[in-house]
Write a protein that binds this ligand. Structure first.
Ligand SMILES: NC(=O)c1ccc[n+]([C@@H]2O[C@H](COP(=O)([O-])OP(=O)(O)OC[C@H]3O[C@@H](n4cnc5c(N)ncnc54)[C@H](OP(=O)(O)O)[C@@H]3O)[C@@H](O)[C@H]2O)c1
Length: 158
């Protein structure tokens, strides 16, 4: 199963602010929905809570929390172990799982994921959640699409 990170990142590395996303780019939302629909997704508890809709429709929503009693809003599965979350996603038989963040989850999964689908926002934006450092030399860019000011890039691990 391909483990694929999907994220949108500002020029200064910001991905979030006050447990939300500090921008609104309809083209990025469309790209996110189209890319992830039909596949299982894994999100950290804070990111899941930040969604306006629970669960994200048309996808198995898997939430990570250390709290084994956590009751998520909406219909979602909760795991307290990343590997168990991946095992459950694999059972869907879709061949791919999308890792939706946030910063804590990206930090743990960049070293083990196969693919990163990143939207680059060419602006300096204030925030308190950042995409972790990643080593560009370890990744091959396999697609690049520009739409307006946004750049959509897909990377595969070399
Ligand atoms: N721009 C983007 O593409 C994008 C995408 C996603 C999120 N975001 C932003 O990122 C920010 C949230 O990121 P964050 O780092 O604060 O939070 P997060 O990664 O969404 O969630 C962190 C929580 O996940 C749980 N967790 C983490 N690792 C775990 C593990 N190994 N096993 C079990 N549970 C685990 C813990 O929940 P408990 O506390 O319940 O134990 C932890 O507090 C928000 O601002 C959000 O909007 C941006």
């Amino acid at each position: 199963m391909i483990k694929s990170i999907i994220a949108a990142i500002s020029q200064n590395g910001v991905i979030g602010s006050k447990n939300g996303i500090p921008w609104n780019y309809p083209d990025d939302w469309k790209h996110f929905r189209k890319t992830t629909r039909g596949y299982p997704i894994i999100a950290g508890r804070k990111t899941y809570e930040s969604f306006q809709v629970h669960p994200l429709p048309g996808r198995l929503n898997i939430i990570l929390s250390h709290n084994t009693n956590y009751q998520p809003p909406g219909e979602a599965l909760v795991f307290n172990d990343l590997q168990l979350a991946f095992d459950r996603a694999e059972k869907e038989g879709k061949g791919k799982v999308f890792i939706l963040g946030g910063a804590e989850i990206y930090h743990q999964t960049i070293p083990i994921c196969d693919e990163m689908i990143l939207t680059f926002i060419p602006k300096q934006i204030n925030g308190d959640a950042f995409f972790p450092h990643w080593e560009p030399n370890s990744w091959k860019e396999i697609s690049f699409v520009r739409k307006g000011e946004l750049s959509f890039k897909t990377y595969r691990r070399k």
